[in-house]
Design a protein around this ligand. Structure first.
Ligand code: SF4
Length: 128
């Protein structure tokens, strides 16, 4: 059987702690477009049943302002043996290590491009 090849991204919440002029998805702290949590869970379940799916990515907005929710989805994906990815602006990189996503669970993290403005953004707009 051929190796699974699909990489699928889910843009589940447009809210972001940044307000970049170049943002192509109109994200900002005031953005309200989002997918219902139950719908996202159903989409992930369906993707995990699809043998051609190799990777499921989470994006927004800034997924890690909903850190617990995002890490929970990532845990479900990786527990199934699939690759999980998360597109983040890296705002958490300048905060205390205890607030960063667990390093043991993060691979391929490229934070070198995170700039000073993003590191000074509020840690979270909401906790879920
Ligand atoms: S950090 Fe990314 S998602 Fe957030 S406003 Fe900037 S470009 Fe958009």
């Amino acid at each position: 059987m051929a190796e699974p090849r699909w990489s699928v991204g889910i843009n589940f919440d447009s809210k972001c702690n940044a307000r970049c002029a170049h943002c192509c998805v109109s994200s900002s702290p005031n953005a309200t477009a989002n997918l219902d949590d139950d719908l996202v869970d159903n989409i992930v379940d369906e993707l995990l049943r699809e043998p051609n799916v190799r990777e499921i990515g989470l994006t927004g907005g800034e997924p890690l302002i909903r850190r617990a929710r995002t890490m929970s989805i990532i845990a479900r994906i990786t527990a199934s043996g699939r690759v999980a990815s998360c597109v983040t602006n890296g705002f958490w990189g300048g905060h205390t290590p205890s607030r960063r996503p667990s390093p043991g669970r993060v691979r391929g993290c490229r934070t070198a491009g995170a700039h000073a403005e993003l590191r000074r953004l509020p840690l979270a707009l909401r906790q879920t």
